[in-house]
Design a protein around this ligand. Structure first.
Ligand code: IDP
Ligand code: MG
Length: 148
């Protein structure tokens, strides 16, 4: 069973897409184990996007992520990291296919609504960055035998 960090970035909140986007992950069968609304600080944004430091879009990306509230989510399930990336679609909304989140709701490269961990290792690091252990809830879904 894997866990992955999903962020509904500030454009998701501003565009009132939070409920719609949570539904995408929920209906796939992933299990919600963490959820909170966060006003990301510059420090948190820098840590989260450290891998992109030095790229031309880095400063703009930090401004974007700190511009308003973000919904931070942890989802659990079989192959959760890859499954969530699939649900998101390609980074550039114009290249993401229909029926993905970015394909259905985004045209922008930067303002592409969601972040999702890109490996199991990064998922662990990112979950620990955004959540304390006490904020994560382990539970057994009643329909696990049907969905899992
Ligand atoms: P990902 O979110 O699909 O994993 P990354 O390459 O990790 O994409 O980039 C992180 C975030 O930085 C993207 O989601 C997007 O918001 C922003 N970004 C990536 N590439 C560009 C770019 O070329 N211009 C502007 N923003 C970008
Ligand atoms: Mg990435």
């Amino acid at each position: 069973m894997q866990r992955t960090l999903i962020l509904l970035k500030p454009d998701s909140v501003q565009r009132r897409l939070v409920g719609t986007l949570i539904h995408r992950f929920e209906q796939k069968g992933l299990r919600l184990v963490g959820m909170k609304l966060v006003q990301a600080s510059r420090e948190l944004a820098e840590q989260h996007y450290a891998v992109h430091k030095g790229k031309p879009f880095y400063e703009s990306l930090l401004s974007f992520l700190t511009s308003g509230p973000t919904v931070a989510l942890v989802w659990e399930g079989r192959e959760a990291v890859a499954v969530a990336r699939g649900l998101m679609g390609a980074t550039d909304g114009t290249k993401a296919p229909p029926a993905t989140i970015r394909g259905d709701f985004a045209l922008s490269v930067q303002n592409n609504l969601v972040h999702g961990s890109d490996s199991v290792e990064n998922a662990t690091t990112e979950i620990n960055l955004w959540f304390s252990a006490a904020e994560l809830v382990s539970w057994q879904p009643a329909d696990a035998n049907w969905v899992g």
